[in-house]
Design a protein around this ligand. Structure first.
Ligand SMILES: Cc1cc2nc3c(=O)[nH]c(=O)nc-3n(C[C@H](O)[C@H](O)[C@H](O)COP(=O)(O)OP(=O)(O)OC[C@H]3O[C@@H](n4cnc5c(N)ncnc54)[C@H](O)[C@@H]3O)c2cc1C
Length: 477
C-alpha cells in the first residue's frame, strides 16, 4: 500500500471530529475534508517518488527511510539537507499548508535530541521520548500541537477561573495513566493528523503547577473531541483553487476525562521542567526552521500572483505599481536572506547537534507577521475591484452568455479563462474565508506578536552595542 493510501486508511480510526454539530463518520469521504485529505495523501506519496523521494527522506539506523524532518543534524550539510526537503515539500502546496510539513516532526526531533537536558529533572523522559520519536519516525506519522488555554479571562490564572478544568489538568491518576479534563486551543490540521502534542505555550507558575503537563495523544484517543471551526472547504476546484485543496482546519481539542497512558505523559505537574524544555535553544532552532522555509514559499507565491495581476491588466508600466511589486520582492528577499544567514551561521548547540542560528530565524518569524498582512494589502491594491468583477463561477463562460462574456473578461495579455483563473486564485488569497484565516495564521501561529517581539528584545544581547556606544561617548568627552 502506498504511503498516501496508508495515511487515508489511518484516518478511519474512530476519531471524534465534530463539524456543524455532527460527528464526522468518514473523514476521507466527507465533502468538507476530502480535498485536503487528497492533498495530504499526495504529499505522503511524494516520499516514495523515485526522484523526489530520496530528497525528502533519509536512511535511519534501523534501515527505514524516514522524512528528513526527523533527521538530527550532525553537520551544517545536514541542516541544508533538511532545508532543501522542507522547500520541496512546502512548494508542493505553495507554502499554504503548515501542519503536514515538518514543523512538529522537527519539534519532537528536538525533544529527542535535547533529552539530556531533562534526564536528571524528569525521571523516564529519556526513554519515553526515545520510544515516541522512533515510533513517529518509523511509522511516518503526522502531528500537530495544541498549546493554548481557553481565552475566557486573560487577566486570571487558570486556578482563578472558578471551574478548575477549563485549561487541561489531571482529574485523577490510575495505574494505566492520567485522566485529564479541559480544552486546548487550537490544533491546526488536527482532524488530518495522527498525533497531537499537548502542552501549555505560556509559562506556568508553581501556583498553576497542575496545568504544567506535556503529553502526546493519538487523535483517536478515547475521550478526546475535536471541535472544528466553520469549514472553508469547497468541492469546486476550478472556482476555489485553494479552498478545495488546502483547508487545513483548526480545531479545539476537548478532553472529556480522557485516559492518557503513562508512556505518553512526558512531564507531569512540573512548571520548571516544562519551561526548561520550551526555552531550550536547540529545540527552538530546530522547530522554527521549517516554518521559515515554508514562509519563503508562501511569499514567492503571493509575489507571483501580484506580478501576474499587474501583467493581466497592463499596469506594470506605472511607477507606483512597480513600487508595490518591488515591495513584494523585497519582503521575499529579506526573509530569504534571513533564512540563508541562519543556515550559513548554523552551529553545534550545547547537545553537540547542529541547527540554524536562532537570531535571524526569530527576526524572520517576527517580520513575517507584519509582512504577510502587508503582502495581502499590496495584492488588493494591485487588483482593485477586479476580484469582485469575476462571475460567481467560471462555468458562466461555457453557459448561454459565454461568448459575450469572454469579451469582457479577457486580459491585456491573456484570454478570459486565464484571467478568471487568476482572479479566482487572487480572491482565495485576499478575500475568501480561507485567505482571512491565513492572514490570522501568519500573524499568530508562533504566538501573540506583542509578546514574541518582547521576547526577541529580552533575548537580544544588547551589551556589546551599549559598550561600543559608551566607549564613543567617553572618547568624545
Ligand atoms: C490560524 C491559526 C492557527 C493556529 N494554530 C495553532 C496550532 O496549531 N497550535 C497551537 O498551539 N496554537 C495555534 N494557534 C494559536 C496561537 O498560538 C495563538 O493564537 C497565539 O499564541 C495567541 O494566543 P490567543 O489566540 O489565545 O490570543 P491571546 O493570547 O488571548 O491574545 C489576544 C489579545 O489579547 C492580548 N493579550 C492577551 N493576554 C495578554 C497578556 N497577558 N498580556 C498582554 N496582552 C495580552 C494579546 O496581545 C492579543 O492582542 C493558531 C492561531 C491561529 C490564528
Amino acid at each position: 500500500m502506498s504511503a498516501g493510501k496508508a495515511y487515508v486508511e489511518r484516518l478511519r480510526d474512530g476519531r471524534q471530529v465534530w463539524l456543524n454539530g455532527e460527528l464526522i463518520k468518514d473523514l476521507p469521504s466527507h465533502p468538507d475534508f476530502q480535498g485536503t485529505v487528497r492533498s495530504v495523501a499526495e504529499l505522503m506519496d511524494l516520499q516514495e517518488h523515485p526522484e523526489i523521494g530520496p530528497q525528502l527522506t533519509y536512511l535511519t539506523e534501523t534501515g527505514h527511510r524516514a522524512n528528513l524532518a526527523f533527521l538530527i543534524p550532525e553537520s551544517k550539510e545536514d541542516v541544508y539537507r533538511r532545508s532543501r526537503s522542507f522547500k520541496l515539500w512546502s512548494e508542493a502546496t505553495f507554502g499554504v499548508m503548515s501542519r503536514v510539513s515538518g514543523a512538529y516532526r522537527s519539534q519532537v526531533a528536538g525533544f529527542y535530541a535535547g533529552r539530556d537536558a531533562l534526564r536528571d529533572d524528569v525521571p523516564g523522559f529519556d526513554e519515553k521520548i526515545t520510544r515516541y520519536y522512533t515510533e513517529l519516525r518509523d511509522r511516518d506519522l503526522l502531528l500537530t500541537s495544541a498549546g493554548h488555554d481557553p481565552q475566557i479571562d486573560r487577566t486570571k490564572l487558570a486556578t482563578e477561573l472558578g471551574d478548575l478544568y477549563t485549561a487541561v489538568r489531571i482529574v485523577r491518576e490510575t495505574e494505566e495513566g492520567i485522566v485529564v479534563r479541559g480544552a486546548k486551543m487550537i490544533a491546526t490540521g488536527g482532524p488530518y493528523m495522527d498525533e497531537i502534542i499537548i502542552s501549555p505555550l505560556a509559562k506556568k507558575s508553581q501556583e498553576e503547577k497542575h496545568y504544567a503537563l506535556l503529553f502526546f495523544i493519538p487523535v483517536n484517543n478515547p475521550g478526546v473531541h475535536l471541535i472544528c471551526r466553520e469549514s472553508f472547504a469547497q468541492t469546486n476546484e476550478e472556482d476555489y483553487p485553494l479552498s478545495s485543496r488546502y483547508d487545513e482546519m483548526d480545531a479545539v481539542v476537548v478532553f472529556d476525562d480522557a485516559l492518557i497512558p503513562w508512556e505518553r505523559v512526558l512531564i507531569k505537574e512540573d512548571p520548571d521542567a516544562l519551561w526548561k524544555l520550551r526555552t531550550n535553544p536547540y529545540l527552538g532552532a530546530i522547530g522554527l526552521h521549517e516554518n521559515i522555509v515554508r514562509f519563503v514559499s508562501k511569499l514567492e507565491f503571493v509575489a507571483a500572483v501580484g506580478n501576474e495581476l499587474a501583467d493581466s491588466i497592463g499596469i506594470k508600466k506605472f511607477p507606483h505599481v512597480r513600487e508595490k511589486l518591488a515591495e513584494l520582492f523585497f519582503q521575499l528577499e529579506s526573509i530569504k536572506a534571513l533564512l540563508q544567514a541562519a543556515e550559513h551561521r548554523s552551529f553545534q548547540y550545547g547537545n553537540g547537534k547542529w541547527a540554524p542560528d536562532m537570531k535571524p530565524m526569530n527576526t524572520a518569524k517576527n517580520l513575517g507577521n507584519r509582512y504577510y498582512p502587508r503582502a495581502l494589502e499590496l495584492v488588493q491594491l494591485l487588483t482593485g475591484a477586479g476580484v469582485l468583477q469575476a462571475p460567481s463561477t467560471l462555468a458562466d463562460l461555457r453557459g448561454p452568455l459565454g461568448e459575450m462574456l469572454k469579451l469582457y473578461y479577457k486580459g491585456a495579455d491573456r484570454g478570459p479563462v486565464e484571467r478568471l483563473n487568476l482572479l479566482k486564485l487572487t480572491w482565495e488569497l485576499v478575500g475568501s474565508p480561507l485567505g482571512a484565516r491565513h492572514e490570522l495564521y501568519e500573524r499568530f501561529y508562533a504566538g501573540d506578536p506583542a509578546r514574541t517581539y518582547a521576547g526577541q528584545y529580552l533575548d537580544y544581547d544588547k551589551q556589546p552595542l551599549i559598550d561600543k556606544a559608551r566607549a564613543h561617548w567617553a572618547a568624545g568627552r
